[in-house]
Design a protein around this ligand. Structure first.
Ligand code: 15L
Length: 267
């Protein structure tokens, strides 16, 4: 992989990856709808609105592999999710396929599975249970990826990312924390491992409290170095300051499950 495109360059994860992926590939083109504030002079940046196919065609030109973080990264109104994540992700895969791109790493999310209860260990062979319009868009993106892999031979890796940060910040994040360096490992497996055709990995570090079976990623050599348990005390203290959330505390997706929740009104 020589020429890499990374979308979502101005977002939180994109900003971290701009530092950590520097020098890993000979040429990285960064893209986002807005220019990152801290863009370095040696970084190639091309602005694109993913909902516009002509923009997407420009950014994928000459690219071997894509890491797709772009789009709307939390719950939002339907039209925002529709344009940024549904139309945008479709455009990305369609343009990539037409341009002869070989691989795509798609940033999916734990919110595609958010309505599984926390006491259930889940793997990659269980039906999606999105907790939000955002989660639906991530499940959609995984389906689009599978379609382009199966029908057109694109090599696709979907990362169901938990929470990327310097440390887990509450009880839920003790289970789903992803150390940025571990995300780099997962991206590199997706872009480089010769056996990848279509795979789903959980984007989580080595977390004792994890509710995900990530053996599929381990099969491809993933060895996370982050250990959420090293931060247990501070995460537990931070959790103690939060108000109880009877819905969110029960489900893996946490507050994404709570927002607009009224399933109990029928009982
Ligand atoms: C996500 O998918 C979001 O992009 C991020 O902002 C966090 O909310 C994360 O999930 C999470 O579940 O903590």
């Amino acid at each position: 992989m020589k020429n890499i495109l990374v979308t979502g360059a101005a977002g939180d994860i994109g900003t971290r990856m701009r530092k950590l992926l520097k020098g890993v590939y000979p040429h990285i083109r960064w893209s986002d709808i807005k220019t990152p504030a801290d863009l370095a002079p040696d970084e190639e940046f091309v602005a694109a609105d993913l909902s516009k196919m002509e923009d997407v065609e420009k950014i994928v030109d000459g690219i071997d592999g894509i890491v797709h973080f772009g789009g709307f990264s939390v719950e939002g109104p339907w039209d925002t999710i529709l344009q940024s994540n549904i139309v945008g992700t479709y455009n990305l895969f369609e343009a990539a396929n037409r341009a002869g791109v070989k691989r795509v790493v798609f940033a999916s999310s734990n919110h595609a599975m958010g309505f599984y209860p926390r006491n259930k260990r889940i793997g990659i062979n269980m039906p999606v249970r999105p907790d939000s319009r955002y989660g639906i868009s991530k499940a959609f993106g995984e389906s689009v990826g599978a379609f382009y892999a199966d029908k057109h031979g694109l090599r696709v890796t979907c990362l169901r990312i938990g929470n990327v940060g310097d440390a887990p910040i509450d009880q839920r994040r003790l289970a789903i924390w992803l150390k940025p360096e571990d995300l780099v490992q997962l991206i590199r497996i997706g872009l480089e491992h010769r056996d990848i055709q279509f795979e789903i990995f959980y984007g989580a570090s080595n977390n004792a409290a994890s509710w995900w079976d990530n053996s599929n990623a381990q099969r491809y050599g993933y060895h996370p170095i982050g250990r959420a348990d090293d931060y247990r005390e501070q995460a537990t203290a931070a959790q103690a300051k939060l108000p109880p959330d009877p819905v969110g505390d029960k489900f893996q997706g946490g507050p994404f499950c709570t927002a607009e929740y009224d399933a109990d009104r029928r009982s």
